[in-house]
Design a protein around this ligand. Structure first.
Ligand SMILES: Cc1cc2nc3c(=O)[nH]c(=O)nc-3n(C[C@H](O)[C@H](O)[C@H](O)COP(=O)(O)O)c2cc1C
Length: 239
C-alpha cells in the first residue's frame, strides 16, 4: 500500500467511525488533545477566509449547569467532560478583513484586487443598515441584475446568517473528525434555546450559537443505533 493510500484509508475509517455519541464516560479530555483538535478545526475553509467562528469552552461549573439546561438536559451534554459552544459571528468581518489585508501587506504580496475585495466588497456585502433594510434593498437590486447576468446574491441578513453558519459548521465537522482521530467522540447539537444561549454567553450583536458540541469518551450506552444512510442515489447525482 502506498503512503497516500494508507492516509486515505485512515481518513475514510475515521469518517466511518465518527458517530454522534449521546452518553459519555467521565474520563477527562486531555488539554493537548483538545488543543490539537481545535488547531485543525481552525484550519477549516471559510467564506472569504473570514473565519467567523469562536469555540467557547465552558469551564465554569455554574455556566455549565445552565448550558446543560439550555440544551434541554440532553444526556450528551449532561455526561460529557467537555461542553463547547461554537459561536458564529457576523461583526468580526471587519476585524478579520483588516487582519487579512495587514498580513498580505506584511508579506509584500497585497494586490489591488485583494485590497478592494476585503476593504470595499466585504463591508458592502456585510452592511445591513437598521433592521436589515439595506440588506433587503441590496438583495432586491441584485435579484433584478441577476435576471440579465450572474450576480452575487447573498446580501440580506438571512443570507449573512447562512454564510457564517455554513463556515462555522465546516469548522465543527473538522473538529469532530479530529476528535475521532484522537480516539474521542462528540455530540453536535442544535437542540438548545438560542436566545438563552446568547444571553448566557454574553454574546455581542451579530453573534449566535451555531451549535453546542459535547465531547469525551463514549460510554457503552452512548451509541443509540447503527448508522442509517438514505440511498446514495438520493444524495449524489450527476448531470
Ligand atoms: C447541526 C446538527 C444538529 C444536531 N443536533 C442534535 C441534537 O440536538 N441532539 C442530538 O442528540 N443529536 C443532534 N445531532 C446529531 C444527529 O442526530 C446525527 O448527526 C445524525 O443522526 C446522524 O448520526 P451520526 O452523527 O451518528 O452519523 C445534530 C447533528 C447536526 C449536524
Amino acid at each position: 500500500m502506498t503512503e497516500s493510500t494508507e492516509t486515505a484509508t485512515t481518513f475514510h475509517r475515521i469518517a466511518e467511525e465518527r458517530r454522534t455519541i449521546r452518553a459519555f464516560l467521565p474520563d477527562p479530555l486531555p488539554q493537548e488533545v483538545l488543543d490539537r483538535c481545535l488547531d485543525s478545526a481552525l484550519r477549516a475553509a471559510s467564506s472569504s477566509n473570514l473565519q467567523p467562528w469562536e469555540f467557547v469552552i465552558i469551564k465554569d461549573p455554574v455556566v455549565r449547569k445552565q448550558a446543560n439546561a439550555i440544551c434541554f438536559e440532553q444526556r450528551g451534554p449532561q455526561t460529557a467532560p467537555v461542553l463547547i459552544a461554537l459561536v458564529t459571528h457576523r461583526e468580526t468581518q471587519k476585524r478579520h478583513s483588516r487582519f487579512i489585508l495587514d498580513t498580505l501587506k506584511e508579506r509584500g504580496i497585497l494586490r489591488k484586487s485583494q485590497e478592494q475585495y476585503w476593504s470595499r466588497l466585504m463591508p458592502l456585502i456585510y452592511a445591513q443598515g437598521p433592521f436589515g433594510i439595506l440588506g433587503m434593498f441590496k438583495k432586491a437590486a441584485s435579484r433584478l441584475v441577476s435576471l440579465f447576468r450572474p450576480m452575487h446574491n447573498m446580501l440580506s441578513l438571512a443570507d449573512l446568517r447562512v454564510m457564517t453558519h455554513k463556515s462555522s459548521a465546516l469548522a465543527a465537522a473538522t473538529f469532530m473528525l479530529a476528535l475521532k482521530a484522537e480516539g474521542f467522540d462528540s455530540c453536535p447539537m442544535e437542540g438548545f434555546d438560542p436566545w438563552r444561549a446568547k444571553k448566557l454567553l454574553g454574546l455581542p450583536r451579530g453573534a449566535e450559537v451555531c451549535m453546542f458540541l459535547a465531547v469525551g469518551k463514549r460510554a457503552e450506552t452512548g451509541l443509540w443505533w447503527e448508522r442509517i444512510l438514505v440511498p446514495r442515489a438520493w444524495t449524489v447525482r450527476e448531470i
